[in-house]
Design a protein around this ligand. Structure first.
Ligand code: PLP
Length: 397
């Protein structure tokens, strides 16, 4: 008897499949705009210098590999709270916010999904259409009912009116997932005014916001990117935030992130945290230590922090220049206006507006790889080859 006989094969992750196809492509002119990692001008995803320096210190000073606590590294937790909520947040003084360290932002989302299904059963969760595909599966697999609110219209523009109208119809008590900045996959972010309107609906309809914060520092800067998170934290009694250090510290494989809970009292925060530690015990027991120790070392040291911030500013600046540069490169082909949104969007990703057929042709005819939805990782662009890419786009438009 074969125990595994009933196990069917499922298709692999389409984005990882795209990476394989890129690797196998012999063309010297190939361009990978698929997977969501930052790349420098040489096409590398480097280790940040501040991270290397922190690691050298840790190597010299680390004294144990014993388990961390269920909530992870306490210094990391405190530093991250300040980075996300701001040093002067009244939630810190009131001890109303706490960090539970998780394996990356994905771990934070997974822990949130378990928390909702165990502790707040019956609540639905509402995701933007489109959203990062893992949002769809992570909540559905935890047994939550997943709904969608519109975000981008058929004309590839942010449709805030449709979003607000849909949120008005979300059942009271349900959870709404919002992207703090650098919306994945579209790159379209809400304005301050839009956020205030979303806050108004969330408050009136008594919805529970879950803000996914995977790109702090990649949009308009560390503080600006946290603007909506801090607004919601100041205006609402309760809030969930999933934070990732994968992109802004370049710690992808170290799996460094956190679930931040803001509660209306310190006592209630302790109740929620007790549940999170218990749920995490069944998931990964205790979180990985290294990435969190690196982040705590950097944020806790003025010189390392300044070095990290300068590097992050360079990364953000490069992405913004590439956005602007691509629109300019499309100008000679009469396409600058049609693709002007690329310069307005923020973060690594752009919903270009290219159709699946155009994406296929770009890959087959010019070895340019992007996701079928037309999502391009702008950070994968090469400043020297923007003209080449613009010409390839013009050939399929
Ligand atoms: N949330 C969003 C919107 C993302 O794009 C990502 C990563 O791509 C994550 C969360 C999770 O990041 P990680 O688990 O790599 O820290």
């Amino acid at each position: 008897m074969s125990h595994f006989q009933p196990v069917a094969r499922v298709p692999g992750d389409p984005i990882l499949g795209l990476m394989d196809a890129f690797r196998a492509d012999p063309s010297p002119a190939k361009l990978d705009l698929g997977v969501g990692v930052y790349k420098d001008a040489q096409g590398r995803t480097p280790i940040m210098a501040a991270v290397k320096h922190a690691e050298q210190r840790l190597l010299a000073s680390e004294t144990t590999k014993s388990y961390t606590s269920g909530h992870g590294d306490a210094a990391f937790g405190e530093q991250l709270l300040q980075l996300v909520l701001g040093q002067d947040s009244p939630l810190l003084a009131g001890q109303r916010a706490g960090t539970t360290q998780t394996p990356g932002g994905t771990g934070a989302l997974r822990l949130t999904a378990d928390f909702l299904s165990h502790c707040l059963p019956g609540r639905g969760i509402w995701l933007s259409d489109p959203t990062w595909p893992i949002h769809e599966t992570i909540f559905a697999e935890a047994g939550l009912k997943v709904g969608h609110y519109p975000y981008v219209g058929a004309d590839n523009r942010l449709d805030v009116e449709a979003m607000l109208a849909a949120l008005e119809r979300v059942p009271s008590g349900d959870v709404v997932l919002l992207h703090a900045c650098c919306h994945n996959p579209t790159g379209f972010d809400l304005s301050h005014d839009d956020w205030r309107q979303v806050l108004d609906v969330v408050r009136r309809r008594e919805l529970l916001p879950l803000i996914d914060f995977a790109y702090q520092g990649f949009g308009d800067g560390l503080g600006d990117d946290a603007w909506a998170v801090r607004l919601f934290a100041a205006e609402l009694p309760e809030l969930l935030i999933t934070s990732s250090c994968s992109k802004n510290f370049g710690l992808y494989r170290e799996r460094t992130g956190a679930l931040i809970v803001c509660a209306d009292s310190h006592d209630k925060l302790l109740d929620v945290r007790s549940q999170l530690a218990s749920l995490a015990r069944n998931l990964w027991s205790t979180p990985p230590a290294h990435g969190a120790a690196v982040v705590a070392t950097i944020l806790g040291d003025a010189a390392l922090r300044a070095e990290w911030q300068a590097e992050l500013d360079l990364m953000r600046g490069r992405v913004l220049r590439l956005r602007q540069g691509l629109v300019e490169a499309l100008q000679p082909f009469g396409l600058a206006e049609r693709f002007a949104h690329i310069a307005v969007q923020r973060g690594m990703f752009s919903y270009t507006g290219l159709t699946p057929e155009q994406v296929r042709r770009l890959r087959d005819e010019s070895s340019v790889y992007m996701v079928g939805s037309g999502r391009a990782n702008v950070a994968g662009l090469d400043e020297q080859r923007l003209g080449e890419l613009a010409a390839a786009i013009a050939r399929v438009c």
